[in-house]
Ligand binder design. Structure first.
Ligand SMILES: Nc1nc2c(ncn2[C@@H]2O[C@H](COP(=O)(O)OP(=O)(O)OP(=O)(O)O)[C@@H](O)[C@H]2O)c(=O)[nH]1
Ligand SMILES: [Mg+2]
Length: 461
């Protein structure tokens, strides 16, 4: 009943950000969308007789004071042929903070209510204009910060996702077969159809497993590849961080142990989005604060896609350092910078580290010239490209919610296969798996799932 009430209201929201811009768009949806919009248009009759989807110039006014607000263009949509499935109108006015706010007030004065975040999309979902996956796709299109996220969002939006639909049918088929065999007390567990069914569920299991692995891998690149600058104290890590970021973001000082926290910046490197981290220098120390920061450095290293190990040419290579460097990452992930070659040529250090299989670059980061790090940048980019080439996009599990469901589904599928010879038990697990799939597609009408998906939506979408 509440839902019905909510949907009988007509809602309005700006669909574009508030601020200086050429144009702004407002959206109105609900049973009174057209009459309310008409009340805010001087050429009311013209708007009323203009066919749906036909764009025209009008004059927007406040329905109470009658004051002119702006020259606008307006479009109307007739239910069910609209985004929400309801009657809708779209108003395009001049940009800027004030005009769209005035038109918004005019529309609420005429009887519309301010929409909540995602309310338009929610109505589209409730009216069957889109399914849950497409709603997630819309959210993803708006919120994507990286190519990876955008890829997944586009797949969801276009509806090309999900072999899961096929597998859902397969599970239903298996359940029906098993339940029939239980009912007729057949001892068919070793029959051909049962073995064949098991084989097909095994194929599904493998596909699901692979997709979960792919998702775990893309997490490394999802918000830009994580690149961590690490190494012993005073080696020039923060100097490099500032150079790559292009500003004096962190403190550089000759005192060892200057950096005490993991600091990150998002940036683009030759068209690749990265998350760059500076970290505290690693050394044996009695200071409790410093030990804590070194723990943080190690944690950051663990989550890194690429490690830039910075070491100073004027310090000898200690065994502890080499061990730490080698345990941090391998030759595919690590680049070693031998810095401060103005003080010492660092040849010995270079040879020892290269012998251990890690590529090195000798530089003098103190220099203002950028040429020293151009070489470093192109090597980083090569590593990024390698990682991207090796990362496969998932086919079925396209966001965090899917991943969670996928893992639960995997557990039940494994259990079902393990109990295949005991059909009653296998059926329990298959049924549970099926309920996860229903949740995935939104076939179960759970308020909680829907609320979760819409909680971060902007108003106007
Ligand atoms: N001679 C020389 N000094 C450098 C070079 N690069 C950086 N330094 C100096 O080395 C000192 C330490 O630099 P930082 O960038 O703070 O080193 P860090 O690795 O971040 O040090 P911690 O945060 O203490 O671990 C500073 O005084 C820098 O100016 C270089 O190429 N040559
Ligand atoms: Mg530092």
């Amino acid at each position: 009943v509440r839902q019905h009430m909510a949907e009988s209201e007509t809602i309005v929201a700006p669909a574009t950000p508030q601020g200086k811009s050429a144009l702004s768009i407002l959206r109105i949806s609900g049973p009174k969308a057209l009459t309310i919009t008409a009340l805010c248009i001087k050429e009311k009759k013209l708007f009323e007789r203009t066919p749906a989807r036909y764009i025209r110039l009008y004059t927007a006014k406040d329905p109470v004071s009658g004051d002119t607000i702006d020259q606008i263009t307006g479009i109307k949509y007739l239910s069910p042929q609209s985004f929400t499935g309801e009657n809708m109108a779209e108003i395009i006015c001049h940009g800027g903070k004030l005009i769209s706010r005035k038109i918004f007030s005019a529309l609420t004065n005429a009887g519309a209510r301010s929409a909540t975040g995602g309310e338009f999309t929610r109505r589209a979902l409730l009216n069957g204009k889109i399914n849950l996956l497409k709603a997630e796709g819309i959210r993803g299109l708006i919120e994507s910060n990286s190519e990876t996220e955008l890829f997944c969002a586009q797949k969801l939006y276009s509806g090309t996702a999900s072999d899961l639909e096929k597998w859902r049918k397969e599970i239903i088929e298996q359940l029906e077969r098993i339940e029939a065999s239980i009912e007729f007390e057949e001892t068919e567990m070793l029959s051909d159809t049962s073995t064949d069914g098991k084989r097909r569920i095994e194929v599904f299991l493998q596909q699901l497993k692979k997709d979960i692995e792919k998702r775990e891998k893309i997490r490394i690149i999802e918000n830009g590849i994580k690149i961590v600058i690490a190494g012993p104290v005073n080696a020039g890590k923060s100097t490099l961080f500032n150079k790559l970021v292009g500003k004096e973001r962190v403190i550089v000082n000759r005192e060892p142990g200057t950096t005490r926290d993991v600091i990150s910046e998002q940036l683009w490197l030759k068209g690749h989005e990265i998350q760059l981290f500076d970290s505290a220098g690693i050394r044996n120390t009695g200071s409790e604060i410093e030990r804590e920061s070194i723990e943080k450095s190690r944690e950051a290293i663990k989550g890194a896609g690429i490690i830039i190990w910075v070491t100073a040419a004027d310090e000898p290579l200690r065994t502890e350092e080499l061990q730490e460097l080698l345990s941090s990452g391998g030759k595919n992930t690590t680049i070693c910078i031998i810095n401060k070659i103005d003080t010492n040529d660092g040849k010995e250090k270079k040879t020892a580290i290269e012998k251990a299989g890690i590529e090195t670059i000798s530089v003098c980061l103190k220099e203002k010239r950028k040429s020293g790090i151009e070489n470093l940048i192109s090597r980083i980019v090569k590593k990024i490209e390698n990682i991207k080439d090796e990362t496969e996009m998932p086919d079925m599990l396209l966001n965090a919610r899917h991943e969670e469901i996928g893992k639960a589904l995997l557990r039940e599928t494994i259990k079902a296969l393990g109990e295949w010879e005991r059909p009653e038990i296998a059926a329990v697990h298959l049924r549970k798996g099926l309920s996860y799939m229903d949740e995935f597609f939104g076939y179960v009408n759970s308020e909680e799932i829907i609320n979760n998906i819409f909680k971060d939506f902007c108003v106007g979408k």
